[in-house]
Write a protein that binds this ligand. Structure first.
Ligand SMILES: Cc1cc2nc3c(=O)[nH]c(=O)nc-3n(C[C@H](O)[C@H](O)[C@H](O)COP(=O)(O)O)c2cc1C
Length: 355
């Protein structure tokens, strides 16, 4: 059982103040490329109505040349608080993109300085900015001057284990005008492997005045509480733990506010959520949405009898009807098991099926 110490409860009971913008939750939904579209955010927000959510990262150079908002930048007028995340290495393009983000309804603009993917870093964006701190500072200054909403940065602790530069880098971001920093406790060379080094987040918290958000390996309420206690961070950001599990941000938020653990959704409830997710993606994006839904569906299908087989079936669905039928059959099977008094839940790695 997880317990919430009175000190932690007190420390986090005030709103999260991001510059002039106040957020009523200390738990954030991270930007996840290919995942955190408007549909996914709607599901997360159902359980975490006051949490800050992020769009997928948007390329500022693309916006400059195309001059048209991509679907990944679309924000529902009712979804607040919302941050639009941008990536690039050109201060002028980022400033221009930030203005478009604000026009679209962004409450804050976040700059990606953590993405490890070669395609992004070889063009000077994402985590490669850790190696160009002066340019990173110039980017923040240029975006801060261009918009009237708070500008934030999401980054990693360094390029490699031999090059952990986050303390100096974070100070520089603050000095340039960033109003919050999210630190993913891994290096670029770690990718998503190995444990997140929360001890570095604790060190960042000690040298900054702006809020510091801890990110990396927040897969449960327990992990969130441990991380907040160990780092002294102002909040936690959930990432892979929400893939196929849009309940996580709300579960942590509820615990931090009340000290009570929410009852976890049953496998049947998770599959009902998967079915709704599929239908919403189809309504929003048509057949492309169904193709994108395949991966989501396989993430939902874990931790119960027959999940591995179900993942195989859902990974190849061709249309929404087929997906709904497969999920309905799986739900009926789980109901039969439960009626027969057979155990339904299975211990599976949280990351089963997450590719
Ligand atoms: C599929 C996927 C897509 C991601 N896309 C983004 C992104 O667009 N912007 C960003 O800042 N980080 C992105 N990340 C990184 C996560 O936001 C987060 O920093 C990282 O997964 C560490 O947290 P975790 O260990 O809890 O997953 C992505 C990660 C994954 C797995």
């Amino acid at each position: 059982m997880v317990t919430l110490s009175p000190e932690l409860h007190k420390r986090l009971s005030q709103p999260l103040q991001i510059g002039s913008f106040a957020v009523q939750s200390r738990v954030l939904q991270s930007p996840l490329s290919g995942v955190t579209d408007l549909v996914f955010r709607r599901l997360v927000r159902r359980y975490a109505p006051t949490s800050m959510m992020y769009t997928e990262m948007v390329n500022a150079t693309g916006l400059h040349y195309v001059k048209q908002l991509p679907k990944i930048m679309e924000v529902d007028p009712n979804e607040r608080p919302i941050s639009i995340q941008l990536f690039d290495c050109r201060p002028d393009f980022l400033a221009e993109a930030a203005q478009m983000a604000v026009a679209e309804g962004a409450d804050t603009v976040d700059i990606n300085m953590g993405c490890p993917v070669n395609k992004i870093t070889k063009n000077g964006g994402g985590s490669s900015l850790l190696r160009q701190p002066e340019l990173a500072g110039e980017i923040v200054r240029s975006v801060v001057n261009a918009v009237n909403v708070p500008v934030t940065v999401k980054t990693r602790i360094g390029w490699t284990d031999q090059e952990i530069t986050i303390l100096e880098f974070a100070r520089r971001m603050e000095a340039a005008g960033a109003q919050m920093i999210t630190v993913h406790g891994r290096t670029r060379s770690q990718g998503y492997n190995g444990p997140a080094k929360w001890e570095w987040i604790a060190k960042v918290k000690q040298v900054l005045s702006i809020p510091v958000i801890a990110n990396g390996d927040i897969f449960s309420v327990e992990a969130a509480v441990t991380c907040l206690e160990q780092t002294g961070a102002d909040g936690v950001m959930c990432s892979r733990g929400t893939m196929g599990y849009p309940f996580l941000v709300g579960e942590i938020d509820h615990f931090l506010k009340t000290g009570q653990e929410k009852l976890a959704p049953t496998p049947i409830e998770r599959l009902e959520c998967a079915r709704e997710h599929l239908q919403m993606l189809f309504e929003y994006k048509g057949d492309r949405g169904v193709r994108q839904a395949r991966k989501h569906m396989t993430w939902y299908a874990k931790g119960f009898m027959g999940a591995a087989e179900l993942r195989g079936q859902l990974s190849t669905i061709e249309n929404v009807q087929q997906g709904v039928e497969i999920i309905d059959r799986a739900i009926a099977r789980l109901q039969e098991y439960a009626l027969a008094g057979q155990p339904v839940e299975l211990e599976e790695s949280m990351l089963a099926g997450v590719g």
